[in-house]
Design a protein around this ligand. Structure first.
Ligand code: NAP
Length: 246
């Protein structure tokens, strides 16, 4: 389904990003793993991907830094000559009630989750416009649609990412570039492992399908949005949440 395509996934050393990288590789795409410079997981993930029979490289870098993002794009072009799929997955949380939330925590989350995606879309749009094709997929969150107490920074970043998705879709559609978002619900990963049992139970009780999501559930929908099976789909937000939001 994706044989010979080139995919970059930010923050893909572990968690949802890793699952997306493995899934796209299983459909034949060559994979560029990006993660923060101190990541030890990125190289291991790259080896696991090569074992699937596709090519893979690691380009470490911080999505907040324009120069790191430019290098991510140029090293990918040097190695593979094109970029077909770009997944904005890198993201963090710094939770706290708004009244106590520091300006630093607000800025950090907005910088990584939203400005990071803006930096990446701007940089990857150039080669994609030349190719007249490309699929950009942004990993948002259902809380960006419904709001969530204690996550003002994170919610605002994900709501912003949804707006950025729709604007990207409109600005680049005539160049053959599609842009969609996936909004995960509660997915088992390092990000949700740290939540209290109380919070986990509250989420659990509101999921109609009666179980937490797995990273692979997100990867399946990203694979669809990355492939020609979704060639008439752009500017959409697909909730992958066991029915939590409907
Ligand atoms: P995760 O396990 O913490 O993975 C996030 C990845 O992003 C990590 O590899 C992290 O690197 C990397 N990263 C952080 N800052 C970065 C930066 N500045 N530049 C490049 N990479 C950076 O979390 P996850 O659960 O897989 O989340 C992945 C995405 O899904 C995030 O955007 C998150 O908001 C979204 N999401 C998750 C859930 C959920 O339930 N898990 C729900 C909704 C949305 P290090 O590990 O090295 O710090």
């Amino acid at each position: 389904m994706l044989k010979g395509r080139t995919a970059i996934i930010t923050g893909s050393g572990r968690g949802i990003g890793k699952a997306i990288a493995m899934k796209l590789a299983s459909y034949g795409a060559n994979i560029v793993i990006n993660d923060i410079p101190s990541s030890e997981d990125a190289d291991k993930t790259c080896e696991e991907i090569k074992a699937l029979g596709v090519d893979s490289i690691v380009v470490k870098g911080d999505v907040r830094k324009k120069e790191d993002v430019e290098r991510l794009i140029s090293e990918t072009m040097d190695k593979f000559g094109k970029i077909d799929i770009f997944v904005n997955n890198a993201g963090i949380t710094r939770d706290g009630l708004m009244i106590r939330m520091s300006e630093e925590d607000w800025d950090l989350v907005m910088d990584i989750n939203l400005k990071g995606a803006f930096n990446c879309i701007k940089a990857v749009a150039r080669p994609m416009m030349k190719q007249r094709s490309g699929a950009i997929i942004n990993i948002a969150s259902i809380v960006g649609v419904m709001g969530n107490p204690g996550q003002a920074n994170y919610v605002a970043s994900k709501a912003g990412l949804i707006g950025l998705t729709k604007t990207t879709a409109k600005e680049f559609a005539s160049r053959g570039i599609r842009c969609n978002a996936v909004a995960p619900g509660f997915i088992r990963s390092a990000m949700t492992d740290v939540l209290s049992d109380d919070v986990k139970q509250k989420y659990f009780d509101s999921i109609p399908l009666g179980k937490f999501g797995e990273t692979e559930n997100i990867a399946d929908v990203v694979a669809f949005l990355a492939s020609d099976m979704s060639k008439y789909v752009t500017g959409q937000v697909i909730n992958v949440d066991g029915g939590l939001v409907m």
